[in-house]
Design a protein around this ligand. Structure first.
Ligand SMILES: *Cc1c(COP(=O)(O)O)cnc(C)c1O
Length: 355
């Protein structure tokens, strides 16, 4: 794929934020990738241009009917000064799966990877170097056709923007308190829960805000039909260490298939742990908290990698897990995955891509 490149004059480029001021998604780099799609011509006009506002027709389909999908991955700067991506091909596959579900066009996986790598190379100085920091890569696609009827749009825009992000655990691991909701749901069986599509996140905001007001970090979602089966937590997949088995809900269609989830499963199996992907109810979990069979609980996702859960709150009762401390398995998985991402551990699975 040919990418036309228009660079911002050096004098107009932004000052880099200091590594201590980085949080998540606040700063954006100097350039972005864009590519257009029309049903008749396919993807065309691939370009890297100075970061700027879009111009959209007010009737653009994405603004009305939610044809909008995204991905999230990170570029890591190693001590060897190499920049790495972690399993980026999986993100491209998932973008295409989301696109399929939302009636949006497929993207050539290699073309998009090439675009992301080219953009990161141009924006090299934006990849922060301090421990645990990274450059967040946000590919996304929106329907741009100006048409108010309800049907799949015939025109789309694909973009990639970059944002330097701080270390998730600048002050060390701190297990989070989770609010289990049995009143609201994130996604339904047969719906769009397995797609990284904008509306899923809008749907989750109200309960997240409520949980925060009550002093909880995240919401744990149960299945929509019975409000019994555990789905996921916030924007993370969830794992339980029950006795000596690592258990996570199976991918049922309403759960987002996390790449960190898949990595944890593969690492744990490789270490010889018993691993189960199966339906698991909130009652089973709480029962096992009570009789001390639940050793650990943690969330998994690109942002935090591993997020230990210190307590679950359900129907007015608080259930502390592992005395609110980080478990050994959570720590081991975190160290292994971070070690791979920063090029400090042997990449036995071939997950890393050096830019
Ligand atoms: C992105 C996301 C995840 C985690 O996926 P990773 O590929 O591990 O980052 C989990 N749940 C939801 C709802 C998500 O949006």
């Amino acid at each position: 794929m040919d990418i036309e490149i228009e660079l911002l004059p050096e004098s107009e480029r932004k000052d880099l934020p200091s590594s201590s001021s980085l949080s998540f998604g606040k700063h954006l780099s100097d350039h972005m990738f864009l590519m257009d799609y029309k049903v008749d011509t396919g993807w065309h006009n691939a370009r890297i241009v100075p970061y700027d506002n879009f111009s959209l027709d007010p009737a653009s389909a994405c603004l009305h009917y939610g044809q909008a999908i995204f991905e999230g991955l990170k570029a890591y700067s190693g001590k060897d000064d190499k920049i790495r991506l972690f399993r980026a091909g999986k993100n491209m596959d998932r973008l295409n799966h989301s696109a399929w579900r939302m009636c949006m066009p497929q993207v050539d996986k290699d073309d998009l990877l090439q675009a992301i790598k080219t953009l990161i190379q141009i924006e090299k100085r934006w990849v922060p170097e301090a421990n645990g920091t990274s450059l967040y890569v946000r590919p996304f696609m929106i329907a741009t056709e100006a048409f108010l009827g309800v049907r799949p749009a015939k025109e789309y825009l694909l973009s990639v923007i970059l944002s330097p992000v701080g270390a998730y655990y600048a002050e060390g691991f701190s297990p989070v308190k989770i609010f289990v909701t049995d009143k609201y749901v994130r996604a339904v069986s047969g719906g769009v829960g397995e797609a990284k599509t904008a509306g899923n996140y809008a749907a989750s905001l109200m309960v997240s805000e409520k949980a925060k007001e009550l002093g909880f970090t995240q919401v744990l979602w149960l299945d929509a039909a019975e409000r019994r089966y555990i789905e996921e937590v916030g924007t993370m997949n969830i794992f339980f260490l029950l006795e000596d088995a690592l258990v996570t809900p199976e991918l049922s269609g309403s759960i987002l298939p996390g790449i960190t989830r898949d990595s944890v499963l593969r690492l744990a199996r490789g270490w010889g742990l018993r691993v189960e992907e199966r339906p698991i109810t909130i009652n089973e979990v709480l029962e096992k908290v009570k009789n001390k069979a639940l050793k650990e609980c943690f969330g998994t996702g690109t942002a935090a990698v591993i997020s230990p859960v210190g307590a679950l709150y359900y129907k007015g009762e608080n259930y502390p897990i592992n005395s609110g401390k980080t478990g050994d398995l959570a720590q081991r998985l975190f160290d292994e995955i971070m070690g791979l991402q920063y090029g400090e551990r042997e990449d036995a699975y071939g997950w890393m891509d050096i830019i």
